[in-house]
Ligand binder design. Structure first.
Ligand code: GLU
Length: 432
C-alpha cells in the first residue's frame, strides 16, 4: 500500500478505497514490489496508455435521437496489439473500464499471448433497446471509434451484455469503412459468429479454460470430478458453459444463483436443461427441477467448489463469511472484494485467480484472430487441444510463482504476468 500511495502521489491521483481501478492497480503494484520492478514500469502500468471517450447520437425507433457515451481504454501494448472485450451494461463508467483494461494486460501476459490489454463499452442496458436500435448503436459506436480499433492495433471481443451478433455488426461496420479493402479486416473483432470468421470453441472458451485449470488443481486437493459438488453464481455465457462442462465430467451442480433468484437441488441440477430454461425465461427463477432458496441459503450451501461467474466485486465480506467451500474459482473478473479475499485466505479457502480462470476466452480469441489472418478454419479438437496446452502452462506459471515468491495464487498470477512484461520492456527499452 505504501508503494501504491507513492506511485499514485507521483501521478497526482488521490487514492480512493472504494474505487475498482485503484484496487486493481494496487494489486498490480503489490506484485511489482515482490518482483522489485523498476519504478518507471510501475508508473507506466498504473495508468492506461490511451483513454478514448466518444459521444455519438443514435436514432431510436420512435424517431427521437439519443446521445450515447462510449469508452475504449487501451491499457498497455508492449506485448502486442491491445485486446479485450466491449461491455454493454449499466455499470460501465470510466474507472471501471480502466480497471478491466488493466486486468486484460495481466491476463494476456500470464498466458503469454502476443497481445496487450484493453476494454471498452457503453453504459446501457442492451435489453432496453430493440434489435434495430442495438444494431444502429453498435455500428455508430464502431464508426465513432474509427481507426482506434484495427486488426493490428486494438481488437475488441464480447464481454458482459455483448455477443457474437454484436461482434458481427462491429466487424461489418469496420470492413465497410476500411478503405484499404483487406480480405482480413474482419479480424478487427473476435468472438464473431462461426459463419463470419468466428472460431470453433470460442463460445464455450472461458468455461472450457476454467475446466482445464480445475483439471490441474482438483487432483492436488484430492477432489475427483465425480465427487466434486459445486455452486455457481451467474448463469450467462461463462456460468452456463462452466456448469455444463463440469457436469459432463461428472461433477454435481448443487445450487445456482443469478439476478432472478437462487435455486438448489441436493441430487444435482441438470445444467443443460437449466441453460435451455434460462435462454427462454431470462433467469434461473422458477426452474421446475430445483427448489427456490434464499440468497443466504445459497451462499451457505456446503460445496467443494464455489464459482462466481457474474459481475465484479459481488462477493463482499458478508457473503464470504457465509461461504462453505474449499476452493473458490473466479470465473468473473475481480469478483471478490479485498476484505472478503483476506477473510477467505485466512480461513484456508484456495482462491483461483480470475486472470487465470477466465483467460480461456481471450486465448481462443487469439486463435480466431490467427485463423482469420491465415484464412484458415481449425477443427474444434485442434482449438481445444491448443487451449488446454495454454491453460496448463499458465496454471504451472502461477504455481511456480507462488512457490518462488511464497505468496497466494492471486499475487503469484500477477507476478508471473509482470515478470513477462518486465522482460519485454527490458528488451525493447522505452522509446525514443
Ligand atoms: N471479454 C473477455 C475477457 O474479459 C474476452 C476478451 C477477448 O477475447 O479479447 O477476457
Amino acid at each position: 500500500m505504501i508503494q501504491t500511495d507513492s506511485v499514485f502521489q507521483e501521478l497526482g491521483f488521490e487514492y480512493k478505497t472504494d474505487n475498482l481501478y485503484y484496487k486493481t492497480i494496487d494489486t498490480i503494484l503489490q506484485a511489482a514490489v515482490y518482483l522489485n520492478i523498476p519504478r518507471r514500469l510501475e508508473l507506466i502500468l498504473a495508468q492506461p496508455k490511451n483513454e478514448i471517450i466518444v459521444h455519438f447520437p443514435v436514432k431510436m425507433d420512435n424517431g427521437q435521437f439519443k446521445l450515447f457515451k462510449g469508452y475504449r481504454i487501451q491499457h498497455n501494448n508492449v506485448l502486442g496489439p491491445y485486446k479485450g472485450g466491449m461491455r454493454f451494461d449499466n455499470t460501465v463508467h470510466l474507472d471501471h473500464v480502466k480497471a478491466l483494461a488493466a486486468i486484460m494486460t495481466i491476463k494476456t501476459a500470464l498466458v503469454q499471448l502476443p497481445f496487450g490489454g484493453a476494454k471498452g463499452g457503453v453504459q446501457i442496458n442492451p435489453k432496453s433497446l430493440s434489435r434495430d436500435e442495438l444494431m444502429r448503436m453498435t455500428r455508430r459506436f464502431t464508426s465513432a471509434l474509427g481507426n482506434n480499433i484495427h486488426p493490428d492495433f486494438d481488437i475488441p471481443a464480447p464481454d458482459v451484455g455483448t455477443n457474437a451478433q454484436i461482434m458481427a455488426w462491429m466487424a461489418d461496420t469496420y470492413v465497410n469503412l476500411d478503405t484499404q479493402r483487406r480480405a482480413t479486416s474482419h479480424s478487427v473483432v473476435t468472438g464473431k459468429p462461426l459463419a463470419f470468421g468466428g472460431s470453433q470453441g470460442r463460445d464455450k472458451a472461458t468455461g472450457q479454460g476454467l475446466v482445464y485449470v480445475l483439471e490441474e488443481i482438483l487432483p492436488e486437493k484430492n477432489i475427483a470430478f465425480g465427487q466434486c459438488r459445486f455452486s455457481l453464481v451467474g448463469f450467462g455465457n461463462v456460468g452456463s458453459w462452466t456448469g455444463r462442462l463440469l457436469c459432463e465430467r461428472g461433477a454435481t451442480l448443487l445450487a445456482v444463483g443469478d439476478h432472478s433468484g437462487f435455486i438448489k437441488n441436493d441430487q444435482g441440477i441438470d445444467a443443460i436443461k437449466l441453460t435451455r430454461y434460462v435462454e427462454e425465461k431470462g433467469g434461473v427463477k422458477g426452474f421446475a427441477e430445483a427448489e427456490s432458496i434464499s440468497e443466504d441459503e445459497f451462499y451457505q450451501t456446503k460445496v467443494d467448489l464455489f464459482i462466481p461467474a457474474a459481475l465484479e466485486q459481488m462477493i463482499n465480506l458478508k457473503k464470504a463469511q457465509q461461504l462453505d467451500c474449499r476452493i473458490l474459482a473466479e470465473a468473473a473478473n475481480i469478483p471478490v472484494t479485498p476484505e472478503a479475499e483476506e477473510f477467505l485466505l485466512k480461513k484456508g479457502v484456495e482462491i483461483l485467480p480470475a486472470v487465470l480462470c477466465n483467460a480461456g476466452g481471450v486465448t481462443v480469441s487469439y486463435f480466431e484472430w490467427k485463423q482469420n489472418r491465415q484464412t484458415e478454419t481449425w477443427d474444434l479438437d485442434v482449438v481445444d487441444h491448443k487451449l488446454k496446452k495454454c491453460m496448463i502452462q499458465a496454471t504451472h506459471r502461477v504455481k511456480q510463482a507462488a512457490k518462488k515468491y511464497k505468496c497466494n495464487l492471486q499475487l503469484a498470477a500477477y507476478c508471473a504476468a509482470l515478470k513477462h512484461i518486465e522482460e519485454v520492456y527490458e528488451h525493447r527499452g522505452i522509446f525514443p
